[in-house]
Design a protein around this ligand. Structure first.
Ligand code: SF4
Ligand code: SF4
Length: 367
């Protein structure tokens, strides 16, 4: 029989959990709930289960673990919540308590073990700069590629490098390793996450860069929002869309209907909505149209919070619905390799013909 656990991390958000009025407004937006269909799969249920763990009213059995790990941490419930309950904070603290009690899911265990051993989730031996045939050096601008673009979506990294070259930038690739996002999302201990932050900041600082750009929304959120809570970040942090929005881009014509998917890490978690749209507005000939749910109300792609690796079917179903929303367009552009990958999975189960690509992949051939 599953045991009751010591929930010392949840103790810190006890008041937050008691703020939930059980109104159920979160049901109208939760992408996971739409497929799961019962209360443990929505913010309200996750808050109740977390409170139950804290009070030792319920054991941490498989159904509780599943409910808490099927949240994509998209934060749409927080936007919709009249009481502004910090649901994602509660869920991630509950996960930390579960991990401390030995409840880490096997798929997440593998990813964390790889990060601790290889410095990336994919057990790759080559460093990121080496993968692209470059050496880290001193320069004004650094590009933090991120593990997923480096080892799984090299087209995003290549397009970003190509753009920087075309714009005549004095850039360098960085002596980077995993930013710690996945570890934090699945509830791994803070000590190891902060160690990753220090390692990256020290290595990047040693290269003397003034500014670092990111093509991964998850890495960007870590450096912009999470790192400064624990370490000093002595360089400017910008998403590649913010960098490109300020440039005078001379782009060729593209006669296509384009729409844009806001990654949760870039949008609701970091507040970057205008920059990617400003870049798309520079494309001559393109017709831009928003999806019905956009900007702070954008639907999650289903790939975040460790859901993709632990619950691929749920993740794919959420992605399929998001792709369907874009079926009026020729191109569905986004700004995160996780979203690109998951939306492509969603497209497999969708009738939509829309082409999914990263913003930099759209811009590079036009520049
Ligand atoms: S919307 Fe907020 S207050 Fe209402 S049930 Fe959901 S989490 Fe609780
Ligand atoms: S963060 Fe997203 S997936 Fe998690 S409970 Fe809230 S709306 Fe649902």
């Amino acid at each position: 029989m599953a045991e009751k656990i010591e929930a010392r991390n949840l103790q810190e958000v006890k008041h937050e959990m008691m703020t939930c009025t059980m109104c159920g407004f979160c049901k109208s937006v939760c992408p996971a709930f739409e497929d799961i269909g019962w209360d443990p799969g929505v913010a309200r249920g996750r808050v109740i289960l977390s409170y139950g763990l804290l009070q030792k009213d319920i054991p941490a059995d498989d159904s509780v673990v599943e409910a808490l790990y099927q949240c994509t941490t998209c934060r749409d419930c927080e936007r919709r919540c009249p009481s502004k309950v910090r649901v994602v904070d509660i869920v991630e603290r509950a996960r930390r308590d579960l991990v401390e009690s030995g409840k880490l899911l096997p798929s997440h265990r593998k990813v964390v073990d790889n990060i601790l051993r290889y410095g990336n989730p994919y057990a790759e031996n080559r460093s990121v700069p080496e993968t692209f045939g470059e050496r880290p050096r001193k320069a004004r601008l650094g590009y933090f590629i991120g593990c997923t673009s480096a080892y799984r979506n090299p087209s995003t990294a290549k397009a970003t490098i190509s753009i920087m070259r075309k714009l005549g930038e004095d850039y360098t690739l960085l002596d980077e390793s995993c930013c710690g996002s996945v570890m934090e999302r699945v509830g791994w201990n803070e000590e190891d996450v902060v160690a990753r932050m220090r390692k990256n900041v020290d290595a990047i600082s040693a290269q003397g860069v003034e500014e670092v750009i990111f093509s991964c929304a998850g890495c960007y959120r870590m450096f912009k929002e999470e790192y400064p809570k624990h370490v000093e970040v002595p360089f400017k942090v910008r998403h590649v869309s913010e960098y490109l929005a300020e440039k005078d881009l001379k782009l060729s014509n593209l006669q296509k209907k384009i729409t844009y998917h806001d990654p949760c890490h870039l949008g609701r978690h970091s507040g970057v909505y205008k920059a990617p749209r400003a870049v798309l507005a520079k494309v001559p000939g393109a017709e831009f149209k928003e999806m019905p749910r956009n900007s702070d109300q954008a639907r999650c792609c289903g790939g975040g919070g460790g859901v993709r690796s632990a619950y691929p079917d749920l993740s794919g179903q959420i992605a399929g619905k998001r792709v369907d929303e874009a079926s009026f367009a020729d191109v569905l552009v986004t700004t995160c390799p996780f979203c690109v990958n998951n939306l492509k999975v969603g497209k497999e189960g969708s009738k939509s013909k829309v082409e999914v690509m990263d913003l930099v992949e759209l811009i590079d051939p036009l520049l």
